[in-house]
Design a protein around this ligand. Structure first.
Ligand code: 3PG
Ligand code: MG
Length: 343
């Protein structure tokens, strides 16, 4: 897999796939801009080297139609704020007008395409659509780890037609997550919460973990669906609950005790219904317990990361992944289409 170091970007049109799919309020304001912030180093790297930078992303699931609330204007504002540079936003992502615009771009300028998923061809991985995007650039950079599990046109299609490189964020995600799979320092404690369990990931990570702590609604799901986990002796379930919406005080103590012994910690998914403050204690206590250890700690998943940012603890973890499903798929040993396409 090639990385940024392998290319000379001077004067080149560089098409960067980002994941600006951030959580929004019903009014369309950005709730958490973590994913945007994380792509800044790649953009700055390219600007410094004289590239003409073209950014593209999806936002939400507009299902192939223009949805006004899912335009990337708010993303454009955030980018300008973080880069302290002007970013022009295009009305679409393909077409003659855009091609003309790109032909007039100077090195160091930045153009942001409109939401890729306004075209149904994106999700269908349509080859002509990928080709139409590819012809607008000289080099493709993949920096959207969080969507690398989707075999869409901008993910797997474009690199068929352009020389391709992994961006700085993607490179870092792969490196850190590989460290957990290949060489974890034990004890490894993995914590799974959220609305539903990814049992494939739980089983897979159980192979290398010493303990698996589960919260959220997963215990209920295991009981209701009669799920048989592969390594039941490693699983530590809640022993008390707060109205079944959060882990109770005894469970918090039990989890803290395991976490305090860990040398590697992986965590994905809140342990209670954190939208309500009264049910966010378990998640907050677990977060605090993790940062008190000297363990190598990796967390991920949109809701978890948003919560950690909100309570101001994000600086204290070794790595916060921008991925949710893509991270779990990667840790489960699956080959992610977006990464495979770069090889
Ligand atoms: C995500 O947030 O999960 C990624 O951006 C991919 O989006 P999707 O789940 O709508 O495909
Ligand atoms: Mg998703």
């Amino acid at each position: 897999m090639k990385t940024l170091k392998d290319f000379n970007f001077k004067n080149k049109r560089v098409l960067v796939r980002c994941d600006f799919n951030v959580p929004l309020t019903p009014k369309g304001d950005i709730l958490d801009d973590f994913r945007i912030k994380k792509t800044i180093p790649t953009i700055e790297y390219l600007i410094k080297r004289g590239a003409k930078v073209i950014l593209m992303s999806h936002l939400g699931r507009p299902e192939g139609k223009v949805v006004e609330d899912l335009r990337l204007d708010k993303i454009q504002e955030k980018l300008m704020e973080y880069l302290d540079l002007s970013v022009v936003k295009a009305k679409d992502c393909i077409g003659k007008e855009i091609e003309d615009w790109i032909n007039q771009m100077a090195p160091g300028e930045i153009l942001l395409f409109e939401n890729l998923r306004f075209h149904k061809e994106e999700k269908e991985a349509d080859s002509d659509f990928a080709k139409a995007l590819a012809r607008l650039a000289d080099i493709y950079v993949q920096d959207a780890f969080a969507v690398c599990h989707r075999p869409h046109a901008s993910i797997v299609g474009i690199p068929k037609f352009l020389p391709a490189a992994a961006g700085l964020l993607l490179e870092k995600e792969i490196k850190v997550l590989n460290k957990i799979i290949e060489n974890p320092v034990h004890p490894l404690v993995a914590i799974f919460g959220g609305r539903e369990g990814d049992f494939k990931a739980i089983n897979k990570i159980s192979e290398i973990a010493d303990w698996i702590l589960i919260g959220g609604l997963i215990k209920k799901e295991i009981e209701e669906k009669n799920i048989k986990l592969k390594y039941p002796t490693k699983i530590i379930e809640p022993i008390d609950n707060m109205d079944s919406e959060d882990i109770g005080p005894q469970t918090i103590n039990l989890f803290k005790e395991k976490i305090s012994q860990a040398k590697t910690i992986f965590w994905s998914g809140p342990l209670g219904k954190i939208e309500e403050k009264r049910f966010s204690k378990g998640t907050e206590e677990v977060a605090k317990a993790i940062i008190e250890t000297d363990a190598f700690s990796v967390i991920g998943g949109g809701e978890t990361v948003e919560f950690i940012n909100k309570i101001g603890l994000s600086e204290n973890f070794s790595h916060i992944s921008t991925g949710g499903s893509s991270m779990l798929a990667f840790l489960s040993g699956e080959k992610l289409p977006g990464i495979e396409a770069l090889k």
